[in-house]
Design a protein around this ligand. Sequence first.
Ligand code: NAP
Length: 544
Amino acid sequence: MTHEESPGSQINGASRFDAVIVGAGFAGMYMLHRLRALGLSVRVFETGDGVGGTWYWNRYPGARCDVESLEYQYGFSDDIQREWDWTERYAAQPEILRYQNYVADKLDLRKDIQFSTRVTSADYDARSGEWTVETDRGDHVQTRFCIMATGCLSAARIPDFPGVRDFEGETYHTGAWPHEGVDFTGKRVGVIGTGSSGIQSTPIIAEQASHLTVFQRTANFTLPAGNRPLSPEEVRKSKETLLADREHARQTPGGLICFEYNEALAEEMTPEAREKELSDRWTQGGFAFLGSYGDIMATPEANDIAADFARAQMRAVIKDPAIVDILLPDDHPVGVKRLCLDTHYLETFNLPHVDIVDVRAAPIERISRSGIVSGGREYEVDAIVFATGFDAMTGAILGVDITGRDGMKLRDKWAAGPRTYLGLGSAGFPNLFFITGPGSPSVLSNMIVSIEQHVDWITDCLSRLTSGNIRSIEATPDAEDQWVAHVNELAGETLYPQANSWYMGANIPGKPRVFMPYTGGVDVYGQKLDEVAQADYEGFRLGA
Ligand code: NAP
């Protein structure tokens, strides 16, 4: 078997399940596996026609993980990691999707996943203690537990540019890329957006396009990923230690062991020692750079040193001084927007057929029938690539019309920003769980480690509920208030809130500005999860 994508299998037409899981990415797949092993009846609903989540949708050219493949894989199964051989330091999207299909085959997951089905609503009935879940295919199912495995970056977003529907050429969003791929050969292409997706796709699109214009609103810090093939020896060795490595990763702030955090503060180091640390980590590639010293994300002076270093490295690659001025970030600390890892991104702007337009200075006014209008000038293009990001962390959850106790809508409850206890549940919504929800480390960590942490916790919780004949679990308002305050307080001690990032909801007009992930680290957060479970789910109300 090749583990290429396979269509969903026929599933039975039952209308009641112990648990419904929304989404069949890394989180939904593992959750299904664990709950089935508990003996629960489970149905997964997935919008796509295959497994994979993020890696099913984001098929844009150059899509590649920014966490090393030896760490960006499941850690729960010795068999899986022994059988699967990663080929590159940072796996490209097709390889990750093949891996997910291999896991789905191996664990026979598809028989419980209903594909091509979007969940539209979930309503809680206090009398029966059950949720009713409805889909765009007319399903109407009852379930005791409802688990949102909807992903943090899955609600793709195209800004509401005037005229966007009038454009007569082709349009694409990086997060909803055509499965058959796109050939830009000989075309004039406009890429809007310079986050990770724009930065990864730009060099590849430039190889095909006759002319490429990149529209940048915020210059981003980017460093060479340092991708390379993995040697058979590295792969073999990693298999001997993966399970122990995963345990180790859970004890780190980022859920990663490919680098260590230097705990010394910047001012405690000599300038030479700092320079060496920054330089070594820049060369290493990846997020090691942000571990150069202990206060890099906490004090402006410490961050400035790293930001200056990063700008100097970036400047050295770009030939045209006018382009340097546009491409070098100068309005936010390094790391507070997601650091981008690239392969020849900056070099791309040395090519004669590639231009950059600073749309901070001259915002995009509209899309015309034949191009993009900015600063009173029309840039004619045959195709537009929107690398404009996502309604992150809350978009996919609130994309489902969720109604809890007493008719309370989650959309209303979260109107001023998401409110959760531990990122796992929200008061007034019994038996509803979020995997890597807002208020948990999620996007500030190795997602797979955080997904496994939540799935394991939820599995243990449901096992204890069902064996103890406990019908429901629900965050208390007090515990939730305290957790939200704690998450905000921790974020306030960092530089993160200083940037207009998607972590803050700042990329979506009208979205409340709240720093959504938990900044305290996977290690500290994991201890808190354990304590809560050991204290009979302190902060949750259990219902008989
Ligand atoms: P993103 O980081 O949100 O970037 C969106 C880009 O579009 C930004 O440059 C943004 O500018 C721009 N933009 C949005 N609205 C605009 C408007 N109205 N006018 C002009 N420009 C506009 O989205 P992304 O690149 O898809 O990445 C999102 C996250 O996904 C990443 O941060 C990362 O966590 C994850 N990701 C990871 C990988 C990887 O593993 N390597 C790859 C891709 C994505 P502003 O910055 O000014 O808002």
